[in-house]
Each structure stands twice: as C-alpha cells, then as structure tokens.
Write a new protein. Structure first.
Ligand code: HEC
Length: 127
C-alpha cells in the first residue's frame, strides 16, 4: 500500500512538473501577450489616420476590429495560422513589399511571430 501511494505521488509530481515545463500547454493571452505586440509594432499605422488603415482598412485598435479584418475581409482564420493573412504578412510569405511591420528592417522578432502563430492556432481567442 505504501509503495502504491508513492507511485501515485510520484506520478502527480511528474504530471504537474510537465504541465509547467511544457510550453505547448501555455495558452497565449490576447490581452496580455498579443495586444502589446500590436500596440508596439502595428498600431501606429493600423488605426484611423495611419497608412496601413487608410490603404487596407485594417483597424487593429481592438480585438473586434482586428477580427473584422481589411476591406476585403478577415486576416485571421482561428485555428489556422498557415492560411491566416496576418501571419503570412508578418512571416514575409506573401511578398516582400507587404511584409509587416511595413518597412521594418528584419521584420518582427521570431519569438513574437511564434507567439502570434500560437495564438491563432489556439483559436485566436479574446482572452
Ligand atoms: C509603417 C506602417 C505599418 C506598420 C507599422 C504595420 N503595417 Fe500593416 N499595412 C501597412 C500598409 C501601408 C498596408 C497596405 C499594404 C498594401 O495593400 O499594399 C498594410 C496592410 C496590412 C495587412 C493587410 C494585407 C493584405 O493582404 O490585405 C495586414 C494583415 C497587416 N498590414 C498587418 C500588420 C501587422 C500584424 C503589423 C504589426 C506587426 C503591421 N501590419 C504593421 C502599413 C503598416
């Protein structure tokens, strides 16, 4: 009986440790992680008066306006970062001339791009 208790305790310990250590379990938060990236790297152009907004119609001030997309339609497909236009343009997968942030040397840092991808793949939640 003692040894069974030990095994159970050990299993619980391993399980909780892996839950903390496994980054795949981390749920990306729109409010805490995505909105700050948008604020720092996108918003200056993607709000009324900015060139990105004027040209494409994409207003990134709120979750709702972001999900609404450009005048041609949505740029985020929840659950699918590969076909989401927003991810394609930060990845530089569409065309160099529309790589976002527009005109930024080297583009967005890799860790920020992966965070955006993860958020989209997790359903692009308003969390
Ligand atoms: C310096 C200004 C500027 C910044 C900063 C900027 N954009 Fe843009 N964005 C533009 C312009 C201009 C367009 C219109 C491009 C075109 O249609 O030729 C655009 C268009 C877009 C589009 C629509 C592309 C399409 O195919 O219709 C997306 C999505 C986008 N931007 C995302 C972002 C994201 C995400 C960021 C931040 C990481 C960002 N932008 C930062 C200027 C900017």
């Amino acid at each position: 009986m003692k040894s069974l208790q030990r095994i159970v305790a050990l299993a619980a310990l391993i399980f909780s440790a892996s839950a903390i250590a496994d980054p795949a379990r981390h749920e990306v938060s729109y409010n805490k992680e995505i909105a700050p990236i948008i604020h720092d790297y996108c918003l200056s152009c993607h709000e009324p008066g900015g060139q990105g907004y004027e040209k494409s119609g994409l207003d990134m001030r709120t979750y709702q306006s972001l999900m609404k997309g450009t005048k041609f339609g949505s740029v985020i497909k929840p659950g699918d970062s590969f076909t989401s236009i927003l991810i394609q343009v930060v990845d530089g997968r569409v065309h160099a001339s529309i790589k976002m942030p527009y005109g930024m040397e080297g583009g967005l840092a890799k860790d920020k791009i992966s965070l955006l991808k993860k958020w989209v793949n997790q359903g692009a939640k308003n969390n």
